[in-house]
Write a protein that binds this ligand. Structure first.
Ligand SMILES: Nc1nc2c(ncn2[C@@H]2O[C@H](COP(=O)(O)OP(=O)(O)OP(=O)(O)O)[C@@H](O)[C@H]2O)c(=O)[nH]1
Ligand SMILES: [Mg+2]
Length: 204
């Protein structure tokens, strides 16, 4: 039964997860890969100049998809990467249990991008579980390594896991969400894992 104290009316077996991050990092792709219902979303031509070089469409308001992991219903909300729509992320974060912060490693200065999102979501990240997912690791535009990301995030005072993900691969997105779900459940219950969960190794 829906919890009347939950701002989204979710039951205790449902979780709202935000997929935020920079332009073209794969937020929409990952939600479309994993959703078990038709994704609701708004893709249009980008208007910010740097986005034009990257791809033909961009999310303007949000994406919404649903998946089930370990019998838990996961409501996925993808945010727009164009910064003029940042206000949408603040709205979408309401009542969320955790966040995937996707960073496109193929962009010119990914550490600067991380910095922007760590500042932007500082309050949320200090209070909720999150995973930083580095995508486009196969793109050769930068030489930033996973160790660089780990070090940088640690120096900024955060302790979220940083993992490498290809948003086009369903299995990788599934593993990412399972890892985040376990963190969320641990944060809510104080338990390390829950019955019937199988530990998955996520590629680093
Ligand atoms: N080479 C490569 N491409 C990827 C990877 N992950 C995602 N992509 C591609 O990168 C593009 C990402 O596009 P979207 O999913 O629209 O990205 P987004 O984060 O929703 O972008 P905005 O809504 O504009 O902020 C798609 O063409 C994906 O197929 C990756 O790890 N490597
Ligand atoms: Mg998108």
């Amino acid at each position: 039964m829906a919890d009347i104290n939950d701002p989204n009316g979710l039951t205790k077996n449902e979780f709202k997860i935000i997929v935020a991050g920079n332009l073209g990092s794969g937020k929409s792709t990952s939600i479309r890969e994993i959703s078990q219902v038709p994704v609701i979303g708004t893709e249009t031509k980008p208007s910010e100049s740097n986005s034009l070089q990257q791809k033909e469409t961009t999310t303007t308001a949000m994406e919404y998809g649903v998946t089930w992991i370990e019998n838990k219903k996961i409501h996925l909300y993808g945010t727009p990467g164009q910064r003029r729509f940042d206000f949408m992320t603040d709205i979408l974060c309401k009542g969320a249990s955790g966040m995937v912060l996707m960073i496109n490693n193929g962009c010119q200065n990914p550490l600067q991008e991380i910095d922007y999102y760590l500042n932007k979501h500082n309050d949320f990240l200090l209070q909720h579980p999150a995973i930083i997912a580095i995508t486009h690791y196969d793109d050769m535009n930068t030489s930033t390594t996973l160790s660089d990301y780990h070090r940088y995030i640690f120096e900024q005072g955060f302790s979220c896991p940083v993992i490498r993900v290809d948003a086009r691969k369903k299995i990788e997105v599934e593993k990412l969400l399972l890892q985040l779900l376990l963190q969320i459940i641990q944060a809510k219950t104080g338990k390390n894992s829950y019955e019937n969960s199988s530990p998955h190794q996520v590629a680093a």
